[in-house]
Design a protein around this ligand. Structure first.
Ligand SMILES: Cc1cc2nc3c(=O)[nH]c(=O)nc-3n(C[C@H](O)[C@H](O)[C@H](O)COP(=O)(O)OP(=O)(O)OC[C@H]3O[C@@H](n4cnc5c(N)ncnc54)[C@H](O)[C@@H]3O)c2cc1C
Length: 337
């Protein structure tokens, strides 16, 4: 069991959690981030890394994945630490007013303040209903593509008709030895240009597209070796494959945070709209997880909330000091030890 002591405990390493690191660094505070996902970026990395965002001030267009890379770079001088692939399970306020957060792997993080930047909650994959699915999880069935190179030279069946399924079909066409996209209808929910690209790849014989069908069975000896496809006309056929990747979307669940005694509304945490503090003194909610009148679930609003909340917390911890806002153009960036 690992114990970490920091100034700011940040739950969620999405764009707003990452920007909290930068703003905290300006106040000379260290941060520790906890995220259930294996890599930082939240929705930007998991759902739409290759989509351009047009409403980040100062960037006429920036790919969501690029924005995340930049946020990680921007916070780097302040040396944040991370517990990735861990879910924050419990939060306690100790007698001395500090906080203790414990994760699903038993990591204990102690800090002076807690910033909830958990977005819509922990992303859990929507799973197809196949009776022996669990038997093949991580033995050929994956719900998230962490590293496309893992599939080099492999036979892959991708399920789904949304952006994620189409985008990964296109990427893996150049990496895997065989890619089959299986979708239960002929209508796709993905961006039209992705659908066109996949159809072009199919016409060129680089991938196979199976519409009006779905994967209904899995078999193999200790690892996945084949899938059974069932079509809408009730015909079935088996297909050899090394991997089946159902990309049916990620469904966010507020999860354990909902049981921490915080005010809740619309599956989010209610905050004071002037300070972004929750009903627990010293605990703030920024980004998509916070709820207040006229809340906009936009990245730029989360950035603003993080900046304001950190300065409120600074004043709370240092009531005797007059906090003077300093411009980074004047102070520059002072790396933390
Ligand atoms: C397709 C799409 C397009 C979008 N386009 C735009 C756009 O153009 N402009 C814009 O401003 N916004 C856009 N958004 C919304 C934007 O992505 C969100 O506002 C933003 O991601 C919120 O950031 P966040 O850091 O608050 O939360 P998130 O990005 O949701 O990250 C939260 C993180 O917290 C983690 N987490 C939650 N609970 C726990 C826990 N208990 N323990 C550990 N980890 C936890 C999750 O795993 C997740 O990684 C778009 C969203 C989608 C889905």
């Amino acid at each position: 069991m690992q114990t970490i002591t920091t100034d700011v405990i940040i739950i969620g390493a999405g764009p707003c959690g990452l920007f909290t690191v930068f703003e905290a660094g300006l106040l000379k505070w260290h941060c520790h981030l906890i995220d259930y996902l294996p890599t930082p970026g939240g929705q930007c990395s998991e759902i739409y890394p290759k989509k351009p965002i047009y409403d980040i001030p100062g960037f006429p267009s920036v790919l969501a994945g690029e924005l995340v890379d930049n946020l990680v770079k921007q916070g780097a001088p302040f040396h944040p630490t991370f517990s990735m692939g861990e879910r924050a399970e419990s939060m306690e306020k100790l007698d001395d007013g500090t906080f203790r957060v414990t994760t699903s792997r038993g990591t204990v993080v102690n800090g002076k303040t807690v910033f909830l930047a958990g977005g819509l909650g922990c992303f859990e994959p929507r799973k197809p209903s196949i009776s022996n699915l669990a038997e093949f999880e991580d033995r050929g069935v994956e719900y998230i593509i962490k590293d496309p190179e893992f599939y080099r030279g492999k036979k892959v069946v991708i399920g789904g008709g949304g952006d994620s399924a189409l985008d990964w079909t296109i990427v893996l066409a150049d990496i895997a030895s065989e890619v089959t996209l299986v979708h239960r209808s002929q209508m796709f929910r993905a961006a039209p240009d992705s659908v066109q690209k996949a159809q072009d790849l199919a016409a060129a014989g680089k991938i196979t597209m199976c519409t009006d069908g779905q994967v209904t069975g899995l078999s193999g000896d200790g690892k996945l070796e084949r899938v059974t496809l069932t079509f809408n006309d009730n015909t079935t056929r088996d297909q050899e494959t090394d991997h089946y990747i159902p990309l049916f979307g990620l469904s966010p669940k507020l999860g354990p945070i909902a049981n921490w005694g915080l005010g809740l509304e619309k599956n989010a945490v209610t905050v004071d709209p002037l300070t972004f503090m929750t009903n627990v003194e010293g605990v703030y909610a920024v980004g998509d997880i916070s709820e207040y009148p006229n809340k906009l679930k936009l990245i730029l609003c989360g950035f603003h909330e993080a900046a304001v909340a950190l300065n409120v917390e600074y004043q709370r911890q240092n009531p005797e000091k007059k906090h003077v806002l300093k411009y980074t153009t004047v102070t520059g960036i002072t790396e933390l030890a």
